[in-house]
Design a protein around this ligand. Structure first.
Ligand code: ADE
Length: 230
């Protein structure tokens, strides 16, 4: 690894990372801030993309193609689907899909477009390192499927659709688009989330209440993973 990208979607997701590193150099590019640091000899670029698949794709591409990052880690929050996931719990994606990608009118499955795949897998090596860290630190982490879409899900109906269609364990608004970019550009990547809500009627309220604490939980774990992969 030459240069590591660490991204989140929201300022709140990236702030705990920026607080950890010293001597952060800020560059503005394409209406986004990119923060460059050197951590014990490892070059790292940190950024939050803004919410949603389009902004996340732009940021992931920029980190890889403009800044030269060759490994990407994502940290942030998600809505829980799997009942084992409570607010504050951690999930590592083993694969991701786009729950709102829909050309079923032409007989295709949900989440599929020609020449694409419904699911994209994350890098097994990075997952294994993360699991080792979790074991060392006694952290409870679930490995599972994350579904991504340009919707803040706050209804049982939509949540159940995503659960039954994709067997997803959690949902959010960026992961699968980052996966598409990294897969296309052959960049090993890893998506970590801590649960901020359970994507039902209470989701809006819970999200506002737990965004900061869950983002912090995810970022703290991610920093331990960075120490290990260095
Ligand atoms: N990220 C965190 N909670 C979410 C939700 N309920 N829907 C979409 N993205 C989320």
């Amino acid at each position: 690894m030459n240069k590591l990208a660490i991204m989140g979607a929201m300022q709140e997701e990236v702030q705990p990372l920026l607080a950890f590193f010293d001597d952060v150099k800020e560059t503005v590019y394409a209406n986004n801030k990119y923060y460059e640091v050197n951590y014990n000899g490892l070059d790292i670029v940190i950024a939050y993309s803004k919410i949603g698949k389009v902004f996340a794709s732009l940021t992931a591409s920029t980190m890889i193609q403009k800044f030269g990052c060759d490994t990407l880690l994502f940290s942030g929050v998600a809505g829980g689907i799997n009942p084992k996931l409570e607010i504050g719990d951690l999930i590592i994606a083993d694969k991701l899909c786009q729950h709102d990608l829909d050309i079923t009118a032409f007989g295709h499955p949900h989440g599929y477009v020609p020449e694409g795949n419904v699911f994209i897998e994350t890098n097994a090596n990075l997952r294994n390192i993360a699991i080792e860290v979790a074991n060392d630190k006694n952290l409870k982490v679930i490995v599972g499927t994350i579904a991504t879409g340009d919707q803040f899900v706050h209804s049982s109906e939509r949540k159940e659709f995503i659960e039954t269609t994709f067997k997803a364990d959690a949902l959010e608004m960026e992961g699968a688009s980052v996966a598409v970019i990294c897969d296309a550009l052959d960049i090993p990547f890893f998506i970590l989330r801590a649960i901020s809500d359970t994507a039902d009627m209470e989701a809006g309220f819970d999200f506002e209440e737990f965004l900061k604490s869950s983002a912090q939980t995810s970022a703290e774990y991610l920093i331990e993973i960075v120490k290990k992969i260095k």
